[in-house]
Structure formats: C-alpha cells, structure tokens
Design a protein around this ligand. Structure first.
Ligand SMILES: NC(=O)c1ccc[n+]([C@@H]2O[C@H](COP(=O)([O-])OP(=O)(O)OC[C@H]3O[C@@H](n4cnc5c(N)ncnc54)[C@H](OP(=O)(O)O)[C@@H]3O)[C@@H](O)[C@H]2O)c1
Length: 236
C-alpha cells in the first residue's frame, strides 16, 4: 500500500486548525499540535474516522525549547502554521505580556516550527508550507497595533521564504482569512455573517491539491458581506 503524505498542523485543537485537519484527513496522516491535550485527542478521533493516522503532540508554541523537543523527529510533506492569538485593544491599554503573547505565537513560533521541518522538505525536494495569515496582514485598524503587525509579518515572512525555497521544489503559500466564526472572537459576538472554519479548511485543501508544477501563493477568503448572514438574510 502506498504511504500517505503527512501534514503537521499547529493550533489544531479547535477552530480553523481543527477544520484544516479534517479537510486533509481523508488523504493525509496528521501530526496535530496545540496546548490542550483533550481537545487535540477529540480532533484526532474525528480525523481517524476519516481515514487518517494521527499523532497528537501537546506543546506550548510560546516555548521554543518545547517546540524543538516536540518536533525533533517529525518529518512532514505539508506544514500548516495556523496557531495564533489575538488580543485586540488600543496600544496604550496593552500589557507587555499581551504583546509578547501574540509575538511569541504569531511570529516567533513560525521560525521555530518551520525551522524544525523545512530542512527535511528541502532535502527531499518536496513539501508545502502553508501559513495562516489574515486580511489584517494588509489592513490596519484601531486595536490592531500588535495583531495586525504580526499578520503583516506573516506576509513578509511567507513571500520571502517562498522565493528562497521554490527552486528546491518546496512550495510556500499564505491563506488570508477575513472574519471566521471561531473562539478568537469574544462570546456573544454576532458571527452569523462570518466565514466558517470549514471554508478555510477548504482553501487549504485546494492549495494542497494544486498540481506539483504550480504554486498558488496567496488565497484570501472573505465572508461575502458583513451586511448579510450566511443564510442570505439581511442583518440589522
Ligand atoms: N477567526 C478569524 O476570524 C481569523 C481571521 C483571520 C485569521 N485568523 C487566524 O487563524 C488562525 C487560527 O485562529 P482561530 O480563529 O481558529 O482561533 P482559535 O479558535 O482561538 O484557535 C487558536 C488555536 O491556536 C492554538 N494556540 C493558541 N496559543 C497557543 C500556544 N501558545 N501554543 C500552542 N497552540 C496555541 C489554540 O490551541 P490551545 O489553546 O489548545 O493551545 C487553538 O488551537 C490564527 O492564526 C488566526 O490569527 C483567524
């Protein structure tokens, strides 16, 4: 039987990461990481029913030493850098802890996780790194000094890395979601108009399915309209 390709997905315990895991499960074995072990185990059970072999690795991506230990023996064909945190508040209200919480996960973990698996991809002349950015990676808004800043970083990082490794047969892409109904938003937020996590899982699925000789670099996925619920009715 041919071996299945392997996808490593960060932030896979819920939301967009969970949806990406389930979108790839029919064709890929999965390595799923996040901090919450029981939530990861639940996603693993769902992915297994779709045919995937799954390994879960609970890990705090804000801890570089923990990442390097956790991923030391991981080899993968697809890496989805999805984990992210968003504390949206004006700069003068933000604590240093909140600032570093976003920078550590949204920026520094990109280095540590990618550094752990990219050499193997380059050596095998095959692989796909997919970074989950945001429309906040090319927009600005009040309350976004750090979060939007980190997502602008994702864009610069992704395009530079893409130029560095494409001649090695390794693809780099970035998915920029608009608003998506996940726990990134506070409880009580009207999410009726937002994309669903499965919409972003579908975009990653399409990127993974592009022919070997083509590279789709940016995919932006937005809700059709903030004025319309997903069922098409008008809000407000
Ligand atoms: N929702 C949106 O509207 C939206 C729009 C654009 C872009 N995005 C991006 O999409 C990605 C996923 O967000 P989401 O909406 O699915 O948010 P979410 O539901 O809050 O999920 C975030 C994921 O990241 C993991 N994570 C957070 N901190 C971590 C840490 N220190 N170490 C390891 N894992 C950590 C969480 O797992 P644990 O808590 O179990 O560790 C969880 O699996 C993020 O990069 C976000 O910026 C989201």
């Amino acid at each position: 039987m041919p071996t299945r390709p392997t996808a490593l997905i960060t932030g896979a315990s819920r939301g967009i990461g969970r949806a990406i895991a389930l979108a790839l499960a029919p064709t890929h074995d999965l390595v799923l990481t996040a901090r919450t072990a029981d939530a990861l185990a639940a996603v693993a059970r769902d992915a297994t029913t779709l045919g995937s072999g799954v390994r879960t690795i609970p890990c705090d991506l804000a801890d570089p030493a923990a990442i390097s230990t956790a991923l030391a023996d991981i080899s993968c064909d697809v890496l989805v850098n999805n984990a992210g945190v968003a504390t949206l508040k004006p700069f003068l209200s933000m604590t240093a802890e909140q600032w570093h919480g976003m920078v550590d996960v949204n920026i520094s973990a990109l280095f540590h996780v990618t550094r752990a698996v990219l050499p193997g991809m380059v050596e095998r002349q095959h692989g796909h790194v997919i970074n989950i950015g945001s429309t906040a990676g090319r927009n600005t808004f009040v309350g976004g000094t750090c979060y939007a800043g980190t997502k602008h970083f994702v864009m610069g990082f992704s395009e530079s890395l893409m130029l560095e490794v494409r001649d090695s047969g390794v693809k780099v892409s970035v998915v920029m979601p608009g608003s998506v109904e996940t726990e990134l938003f506070p409880a009580g937020t009207d999410t009726s108009w937002m994309c669903t996590p499965d919409d972003i899982g579908g975009a990653v699925r399409q990127l993974v399915d592009t022919p070997p000789h083509t590279l789709q670099f940016i995919v932006e996925v937005r809700p059709l309209s903030p004025k319309r619920r997903r069922d098409g009715t008008r809000r407000g």
